[in-house]
Design a protein around this ligand. Structure first.
Ligand SMILES: *Cc1c(COP(=O)(O)O)cnc(C)c1O
Length: 357
């Protein structure tokens, strides 16, 4: 499918950021966006890259009432030699379509997803910041825009991509977080939408996050929704633990989001001499193993922060310190290697980087 490029009038060009150290996460957006529509009986039509602008939508649109929405998150990097590269974007394309299937939305052809993002990034490449740790965050999204209050899959969708230059997550160095095992609210249940990247999962997680913040924690550690016993995810990241020479994380059994960073970390850990175990982790065993020092490191993984070290974990009002509460050697090594590949400093032996030509 051809992508039409709508001219960007000079007056629609936004002022550029001047200080990359002041870039926040997802507040500033580039000049253009990609928009493609899907209509029943026609399929995907009218792909265009147009000036970034608000949508005018009927208040009855299905997305506003029944949350038929999915999204993705990935990043573009600008290397020292000027190369622009995306990190494993085909993984996001496939996951987007798995989410689409779960929410009864049309699949976006992988080629349209990838070519659309590449064309947009290329046009906007002077928006990619270059200081260490910065990148261009890319947010593909699909929403149901049929204006009707009956509960059903929409007959009209917008697939759009917006982009935001983002600052370094760890501008002043790695900072281990304090997390709280959530034993009241749950994020996902078997058969639910936990393995789809859909806004509703986030809306329903806000209350637990807010209550944890009030108690002084950075994130919640989610337990499985049936037994409230097995570790699932941390906030909106996957959760991993190091036991000496093993890396352990929950298996993808339907209630856990299949993170691209999780997959990359597991592959990297394998090459660093660690055995990878995807298995159920009983929270009672976990805290016992943290207490006796068997668990040496704990960290979250996700696109935004890449790796988030966990220094302390609280369960039923008891606080447990992981290792010495600082950043362990594996956590540091994984972060350095993964970001090294993303920024073109380390050889990409996995073939993860997709360079724009
Ligand atoms: C997006 C997301 C992740 C992380 O996935 P990445 O592909 O590594 O960014 C983990 N958990 C949830 C709930 C998510 O939405």
């Amino acid at each position: 499918m051809d992508i039409r490029i709508v001219p960007l009038p000079a007056e629609k060009k936004k002022p550029r950021f001047t200080d990359e150290s002041k870039l926040a996460f997802g507040r500033l957006f580039t000049d253009r966006m990609l928009l493609v529509e899907w209509k029943a009986g026609q399929g995907w039509v009218d792909a265009r890259i147009e000036p970034y602008a608000p949508f005018v939508l009927d208040p009855a649109c299905l997305v506003f009432h029944y949350a038929q929405e999915i999204f993705e998150g990935l990043k573009a990097y600008k290397w020292a030699d000027g190369t622009v590269a995306l990190f494993r974007p085909e993984m996001n394309a496939r996951r987007f379509n798995r989410s689409a299937d779960r929410l009864c939305m049309p699949e976006v052809p992988e080629e349209l997803f990838l070519k659309g993002i590449e064309a947009l990034v290329k046009l906007e490449s002077d928006w990619i910041p270059t200081s260490p740790g910065t990148s261009l965050y890319i947010r593909p999204t699909m929403i149901a825009v049929e204006p009707v209050l009956g509960v059903k899959p929409s007959d009209h969708y917008y697939f759009f991509v917006i982009m935001s230059p983002v600052g370094a997550y760890y501008a002043s160095g790695f900072k281990p977080v304090k997390i709280m095992v959530e034993d009241e609210y749950v994020r996902a249940v078997p058969g639910g939408t936990g393995d789809a990247k859909t806004g509703g999962n986030y809306a329903s997680s806000l209350k637990a996050g807010l209550e944890a913040k009030k108690k002084g924690f950075d994130q919640v550690l989610w337990l499985d929704g049936v037994h409230k016993r097995y570790i699932e995810e941390v906030g909106a990241m996957n959760m991993l633990f190091a036991y000496e020479n093993r890396v352990v994380t929950a298996p993808l059994t339907g209630s856990i989001l299949n993170g691209v960073t999780r997959d990359s970390v597991l592959k990297l850990a394998g090459t660093l001499g660690f055995t990878v175990e995807e298995r159920q982790i009983d929270v009672n065993e976990l805290v016992a193993d943290i207490r006796t020092g068997k668990v040496t490191e704990a960290f979250g993984s996700g696109t935004a922060a890449v790796i988030t070290p966990v220094g302390h974990l609280s369960y039923k009002d008891e606080m447990y310190q992981v290792g010495d509460g600082g950043v362990g050697p594996l956590t540091q090594k994984l972060y350095d290697t993964l970001t090294g590949i993303q920024y073109g400093h380390i050889a990409d032996t996995f073939g993860w980087m997709r360079k724009l030509v």
